[in-house]
Design a protein around this ligand. Structure first.
Ligand SMILES: [Zn+2]
Length: 276
């Protein structure tokens, strides 16, 4: 269990945030955040989506392409290949010493060569850096028939979702933590059955909550029970899901989020100082 506390003193109240890990499944992480606001959760969500840097193929030099796909289409498919990202070793091009020209500090060259008949998979892309390789090796790039051939050099760079969504490392989404009130339920079995995430159980023909954390506020139980069950999402407690595409781990995404927010706050602070 991860737990963290944040205390912010204000004039008449003490604001305290608590975080608890709910589940971790195939890289998807769900956490329970207590003592926050929807605005704060949304700032985190937007930062993860469009500010955290990740690597993706940006330009492709096609030396040969006799496949059925146009050059542009092949380049587009390569751009969407998810690449494991090493944010420590690469700089965003605009911040690089080369001033955007492209060098080993900001650009990684990858090569791909294949001859049909075959299906070309992402795992056939050769990378000079073992830390930056396709995450999902069985992603299909193109199908080649006999005598068809592709040969190319691809340039991967570090950038953010603001430039193109292919650089976005994943999603973060949130919902209010469910507050569930069970009234006089006439047909508990039907309510337990209708819940798609199996939140309820029926012990001795009485409806009770088995797994509150799984409630996604779909309101199927509220509709089916005609109000005998009441569900409301909290405005201060949230269930947050972090779903990486594979470039970064959930922990790397959270660390990147904290760094990005610090940078943004520092930049804002600098601008405010200039106003004085
Ligand atoms: Zn450079």
């Amino acid at each position: 269990m991860i737990s963290a506390e944040r205390k912010v003193e204000s004039e008449d109240e003490e604001f305290k945030m608590e975080i608890k890990l709910l589940s971790k499944d195939k890289g998807k992480v769900r956490i329970h955040v207590k003592g926050s606001t929807a605005a704060e959760m949304n700032a985190y969500r937007r930062t993860i989506l469009d500010t955290l840097p990740a690597m993706a193929i940006d330009t492709v030099e096609l030396l040969e392409n006799s496949s059925a796909l146009y050059d542009e289409m092949l380049a587009h498919r390569l751009g969407l290949v998810v690449l494991k990202t090493d944010t420590e070793s690469y700089f965003i091009r605009e911040n690089c010493k080369c001033k955007g020209v492209g060098c080993a500090r900001c650009t990684l060259n990858l090569t791909l060569e294949a001859e049909g008949p075959c299906i070309v998979y992402a795992e056939q892309i050769k990378s000079k850096d073992p830390a930056v390789v396709p995450v999902h090796g069985k992603t299909i790039i193109v199908k080649l028939l006999a005598n068809q051939k592709i040969k190319l050099i691809a340039h991967a760079i570090l950038s953010s979702g603001k430039e193109h969504i292919k650089f976005s490392p994943g999603l973060m989404y949130y919902q209010g933590y469910p507050n569930i009130k069970i009234g006089d339920v006439k047909n508990p079995d039907a309510i337990a059955e209708i819940c798609p995430t199996k939140v309820f159980t029926t012990d001795h023909k009485k409806l009770s909550i088995k797994n509150k954390d799984m409630c996604n506020l779909c309101m199927a139980c509220v509709d089916a029970s005609k109000g005998e069950v009441e569900v409301k999402g909290s405005e201060t407690d949230f269930i947050v899901t972090i779903e990486p595409w594979g470039q970064l781990s959930p922990i790397e995404m959270v660390n990147g989020l904290v760094d990005a927010l610090h940078e943004q706050i520092d930049a804002l602070s600098e601008e405010i100082k200039k106003l004085k």
